[in-house]
Design a protein around this ligand. Sequence first.
Ligand code: 3ML
Length: 107
Amino acid sequence: MIRIVYLLVRPESMTPEKFAEECRVHYDMSHKVPALYKYEVRLVDQEPSDTHVPYLEIGPFDAVAECWFENTEKYEEYLSSDIRKEWFEHGKTFIGQLKPIYTREVH
Ligand code: 3ML
């Protein structure tokens, strides 16, 4: 499984409420995107700093998302789809900054 994690920052001019609303729309739109096995987007709720190991200061960011693909063929199919392009156009309207992280299994 190919899994890509994203940190999302809302545009400076957008309220947290509007950003949350657009995340919901983006999630609903994801169901129509070909070859996207799964999409999740979750709003940052709390960022506790009382960690048991040294705290890593990053951000601020407003949401964490993840895209799942079954294999590279599906990922290529996703990239070339017009519906995926429309989805990204919507992304441009509410994602101020994006940090993609390609992850891999440890086992
Ligand atoms: C890539 C993506 C990360 C995310 O949260 O949504 C998708 C599509 C987009 O950026 O619009």
